[in-house]
Write a protein that binds this ligand. Structure first.
Ligand SMILES: [Zn+2]
Length: 485
């Protein structure tokens, strides 16, 4: 990330999260993604005359959850308001949102840099609102409209202008994604649009306390684009100022194909939404009991979980960090730990290694979610037990793992069916070793003359002869004994 060092960017983010409720915010229509266009609709979400919206209680509950998780105050009384504008994908002509009295205010989250340093980013407000529909432009015919998304519940999380670089914005967005997915109130999928991010960006000379003129950058629909788009906009503004120009207050759309931000509207064309309290809905009242009940359902958060893994399972900090980035992964890992036959620091570390490397590798390669990973945690524990009791070697375990991925059978039956049991029988191993030593007299002499590297050659030969099933510990012991005669 580079820009003229005499300047300092000032960034605030507005993040929209689609809530994981089954029905919409003000009617009983399904929120299911990917249904046939214009099938999840009713007179309420289409805004027909005479209909009355009814607020979905879970929307309020999810918003309170997010508020509590980000240290916000939850207002005992908040107001739903109409945000009026015309757009083809908004048949009602307005969105129900919150304006003057949002439900959650004045919170914060902590972001953590790669070197462990932390920074607090303030949250101005979190409010509830409903989504608009979708215009589909990329078909060969005219633009089409799908209103399935009309009325799907969202929360908007507005940060303070505390962010000072595109990388901080990236970390903040990751943090928000981690919190909403841990709370299980949003799936956090940016590519599918369930997490969306707009940015307010300005620059000022370092040391200056007044903010510069800000622009709004929209349409950054992946984590990578957020950093790119912000860097572009920061450089554009600095260049303007350096060339005696002025930054105009405007809204820009990020065009990922061209790598530039395109002006969408200037301040003069800015919307005046004419907010007013929604006349069809009563104020949202939240009492302390409700807040306490929601508080009791909050999960253990990533940093708490990470510290517990380090403290109780004696995992390295690095392992604990990786395992807790995503709730589903941490849940998977704990599933493995819970099913282990022997529970001690050694087995916890093995469970961590297999989860971090092998499970994550498959998840990445196959572009799947951890929740869709085909091997159940208890099979992985069973496999680790088999390694520990000497039934299979760590090397054979890799084959068993691959086999579990395709056959979805428990490791024990794979090992039995394929005859993968490790041979620990000293008699059998001794026989193989004697034969190999007899066939490689020259190498034996070399070893005995002090060329100790030859040892590896013998281990390899024995393993090859035993098709990888010799217990490495026993093989090593017997080999050493025989060679040192
Ligand atoms: Zn509806």
């Amino acid at each position: 990330m580079t820009w003229n060092e005499q300047y300092e960017p000032v960034i605030g983010l507005e993040v929209h999260c689609q809530l994981l409720t089954k029905s919409k915010a003000f009617c009983s229509c399904s929120t299911k993604f990917g249904n046939e266009p214009n099938s999840n609709v009713c007179p309420v979400c289409l805004g027909m005359p005479g209909v009355l919206p009814v607020l979905n209680k879970q929307v309020v509950e999810f918003t309170i959850k997010m508020g509590l998780a980000t240290h916000c105050s939850v207002s005992p009384k908040s107001i739903l308001a109409r945000k009026n504008y015309f757009y083809p994908d908004l048949p009602k002509g307005y969105q129900i949102s919150q304006y003057e009295e949002p439900i959650c205010t004045k919170g914060f989250v902590e972001i953590e840099f790669e070197d462990g340093k932390k920074k607090t980013i303030g949250i101005t407000r979190i409010h509830m609102e409903e989504d608009a529909g979708k215009s589909i432009h990329d078909l060969d015919i005219d633009t089409l409209v799908d209103v399935n998304r009309c009325g799907v519940p969202l929360i908007e999380i507005v940060s303070e202008p505390d962010i000072r670089s595109p990388h901080e914005a990236y970390l903040y967005l990751h943090k928000i994604r981690q919190v909403v997915t841990y709370l299980e109130i949003c799936d956090g999928n940016m590519e599918q649009g369930s997490l969306r991010c707009d940015a307010n960006v300005s620059v000022r000379k370092k040391g200056e306390t007044k903010f510069g003129t800000k622009t709004e950058v929209k349409n950054m629909n992946s984590f990578r684009f957020v950093e790119k788009a912000l860097e572009y906009e920061i450089n554009r503004q600095i260049e303007l100022i350096e060339n005696d120009g002025k930054v105009a207050q405007e809204t820009l759309l990020w065009d990922a194909n061209q790598g530039i931000a395109i002006s969408m509207r200037s301040k003069e064309e800015a919307h005046d939404y004419r907010y007013f309290p929604e006349p069809d809905l009563v104020p949202v009242l939240v009492n302390q009991d409700w807040i306490d009940n929601v508080k009791a359902t909050l999960p253990e958060f990533p940093s708490e979980r990470r510290d517990r893994y380090v403290r109780e399972l004696k995992l390295p900090r690095y392992d604990a960090d990786v395992l807790t980035t995503e709730k589903a992964l941490a849940d998977y890992f704990e599933g493995v730990v819970n099913h282990l036959g022997k529970k001690n620091d050694e087995t916890y570390k093995l469970a961590s290694n297999w989860t971090m490397t092998d499970v994550l590798r498959v998840v990445k390669d196959r572009h799947i979610e951890v929740s869709d990973f085909p091997i159940p945690p208890r099979y992985l524990s069973e496999m680790i037990d088999l390694i520990l009791d000497g039934t299979i070697s760590g090397k054979i375990a890799k084959d068993v793992f691959e086999e579990m991925l395709t056959s979805k059978e428990p490791p024990k039956s794979i090992v039995e069916k394929k005859g993968l049991m490790q041979v620990s029988d000293t008699g059998a191993i001794e026989k193989v070793i004697d034969e190999i030593l007899a066939n490689n007299k020259e190498q034996v002499e070399k070893y005995r003359a002090g060329k100790s590297q030859v040892f590896g050659f013998f281990v390899g030969e024995v393993m090859k002869a035993m098709k990888g099933k010799g217990n490495p510990k026993v093989v090593n012991e017997i080999l050493r004994k025989k060679l040192e005669k």
